[in-house]
Design a protein around this ligand. Sequence first.
Ligand code: ZN
Length: 343
Amino acid sequence: MTLSNAELAELLAVAAEDEQDHRARTLLRASRAALQWPEEAATLAAQGRALTELRAIGPWTAHMIHDWLESPPEPPPRSPLRAGFLTLAEVRATLAEHPDLRRDIRGDLQMHTTYSDGHAPLREMAETAATHGYEYVAVTDHSVGLPIANGMSEDRLLEEIEDIDRANAELAAQRASFTLLHSIEMNLSPEGEGDMDPAVLRRLDLVLGAFHSKLRVTDDQTDRYVAAMRNSSVHVLAHPRGRRWNHRLGLTADWPRVFEAAAETNTALEIDAYPDRQDLDVELLRLAAEAGCWISIGTDAHHPEELRFLEFGLAAAARASVARERILNFLPREMLLAWAQDR
Ligand SMILES: [Zn+2]
């Protein structure tokens, strides 16, 4: 028997609970990093390579992991706060079985720039996205109702729209087959209402809606979701549950009813591929796929480096057997725009 990175991540997180201060932080950092180790630690150890090759692993944690690999403890039950997350090693194994996914994906449908809380300017994000071989990427900066994320007013959104037009003209002049889509991550109230002028939203190619408040309530939130689906401005419900690895469980609802409403209203549900989010996860994606919902994959990148997270979303879709005909990111640009128009 050998321990997977997922099991090691859990062991590290549980060990962190028995430590304090610096040691607790070191273990928790290693646990979180294990989600993004590109190879199984057990494989490295078997090859005689140093575990300190892995991110956030120093001599102390390497020693600890070696001991666990040599005499594996009973893996602890996964804390609900950390359950349902894929590790990059699992993601890579899945994508190796489905090489067509990475080859055929046409774009990333969520990323942020310095127009809101991203760390890189529009053109830098665009350049990096283009190196991924995409046909398009949606620029989805935050809306006015989320000041903590430097959300944009209508005026700033209009400035961004014009800047995207200029950037697209520059790309066309270089004969690039890559374009930026006008989009937004619009803040939704718990009543499912947006915070931007619908007239301005109509100038966008794609509108993501997302809940960012009252995310820790534990009672059933089906009504909130159904209300969001009825909001005709919203094409995609972004990070539907609002969960964060080891931080927040996310909302709960009568999911079959929510997915039925999504299918009825042609509202796409997102796989937010950010490793700490993975929202929706594989289990719920399976239900969404069975209900015939459209799925949208976005990295939620706030940094050029993070655009590579798309593979977490692709692997989740593959594991949940989501048909690629139902994934917006596989549509050619014109078909994607037509889909959004129809909505
Ligand atoms: Zn968000």
